[in-house]
Ligand binder design. Sequence first.
Ligand SMILES: [Zn+2]
Length: 97
Amino acid sequence: MPHITNQEKLKRDFQLRLVSKGPKAGAWRGHYLKCPVCGYFVLKGAGYDECACGNISIDSDMLRVSVQRTPESEVKVYDAIKRSDKEKPCDAPDAER
Ligand SMILES: [Zn+2]
């Protein structure tokens, strides 16, 4: 069964930092590949994930990244950094004042 990234949760809980466009020195860096067609972030690193339009699919167990409809150089690669609680001021109780 394909692993499908929860996009809302990803954008809420993680900060996405651009690593590169396309593979670097023949290898894909970063945690997520963003599909230039549908904007879906495809997880690289665990199991199988595929974007909504089917352009990008990643089989991490086989170390296989496939981009079907766009040049690989169009695909932006992101690192996902977990947001700390400090960056969510809305959730923090205002206890000190
Ligand atoms: Zn897509």
